[in-house]
Design a protein around this ligand. Structure first.
Ligand SMILES: C[S@@+](CC[C@H](N)C(=O)[O-])C[C@H]1O[C@@H](n2cnc3c(N)ncnc32)[C@H](O)[C@@H]1O
Ligand code: SF4
Length: 281
């Protein structure tokens, strides 16, 4: 495992580093994140070199500072080789003070998960995984254009729980024709698999996506404001009942440490920088 020094400047409030991996195995029809499908293999060593160049520039601007968390988001960072993840983390530790034990999160898609890769990420220093589960029924996973089924999702949750000290997963609700009873059943099942964190997003129709075109043509109808409010309230009730209330609109956690860095907004993910250093605690 990469080890990071624990000597730092106690006056520095520190900052979180966000690393974006902008590639996916397929583009989901609802997604407007900065994510692209490449039919040729991505040149990962070249990306490492670009990340290091950008970090050197960020270090020149920031001066010596302390990193308080790292979030590797996407796209699908679980398409990165473990050696790529290790090189990026070692680069961060080379440019800034990186105390031992800080939260290092990686987003992973259930379709690109297998035990050897997960163990490789863990050995590289990743200590928290955020899985894009999205739904716990095969019909809706298919509708959302996902490459995994429920069985893959449950396998990925099990592996994440075994290999990483902390894990979270994402679900998308307020899907077309989703009844509150169906969502309650699915969410009750989901919270029973959760460890200490869940992200529950209402489906948003983003301009420029295939769902946007279908929605505009009246072929994809999402719950209206009132139905969405009912689904939202059911979400709060169930997660509170399981001791995982919301601490942000879509993020739920058990009491104790919250995720140091949650996934960035779509707007942030479309910024051109490969590495974004975010100031603040
Ligand atoms: C950019 S994705 C990265 C995670 C990973 N690539 C995946 O999809 O499994 C982060 C999360 O944003 C959420 N998301 C993306 N587009 C959305 C949309 N249009 N409506 C609601 N949630 C969305 C999904 O839950 C997804 O897991
Ligand atoms: S939702 Fe995730 S897997 Fe799907 S296209 Fe967006 S970033 Fe890629």
């Amino acid at each position: 495992m990469a080890t990071f020094s624990s000597i730092g400047d106690s006056m520095d409030p520190g900052f979180g580093v966000y690393v974006h991996w902008p590639f996916c195995a397929a583009k989901c029809p609802y997604c407007d994140f900065n994510s692209h499908v490449r039919h040729q293999p991505v040149d990962q060593p070249r990306f490492v070199s670009a990340f290091l160049t950008e970090m050197a520039e960020a270090r020149r601007l920031s001066g010596p500072r302390t990193v308080t968390s790292v979030f590797m988001g996407g796209g699908t960072p679980s398409l990165m080789d473990p050696a790529t993840v290790e090189a990026v983390l070692n680069g961060i530790a080379k440019f800034w003070h990186m105390p031992d034990g800080i939260e290092i999160t990686m987003e992973a898609n259930p379709s690109s998960v297998e035990a050897t890769r997960f163990r490789g990420y863990r050995a590289a220093g990743v200590n928290r995984v955020s899985l894009g589960v999205q739904a716990l029924n095969d019909r809706d996973l298919k509708f959302l254009g996902r490459l995994h089924n429920v069985e893959d999702a449950l396998k990925a949750i099990g592996l994440a729980r075994d290999i990483f000290p902390r894990m979270s997963f994402d679900l998308i609700y307020a899907r077309p024709n989703q009844t509150v009873e169906e969502w309650e059943r699915e969410l009750n099942q989901a919270v029973s698999y959760a460890v200490d964190h869940l992200s529950l997003y209402q489906l948003t129709i983003e301009e420029g996506t295939p769902f946007y075109g279908l929605h505009k043509a009246g072929k994809l109808i999402v719950p209206d404001g009132e139905q969405s409010a009912v689904l939202y309230e059911a979400t709060q009730e169930i997660t509170e009942g399981f001791g995982m209330p919301a601490y942000e609109v879509s993020n739920h956690a058990a009491p104790g440490p919250k995720a140091a860095t949650t996934s960035p907004t779509g707007a942030m993910a479309t910024m051109p920088a490969l590495v974004r250093a975010r100031t603040g605690g």
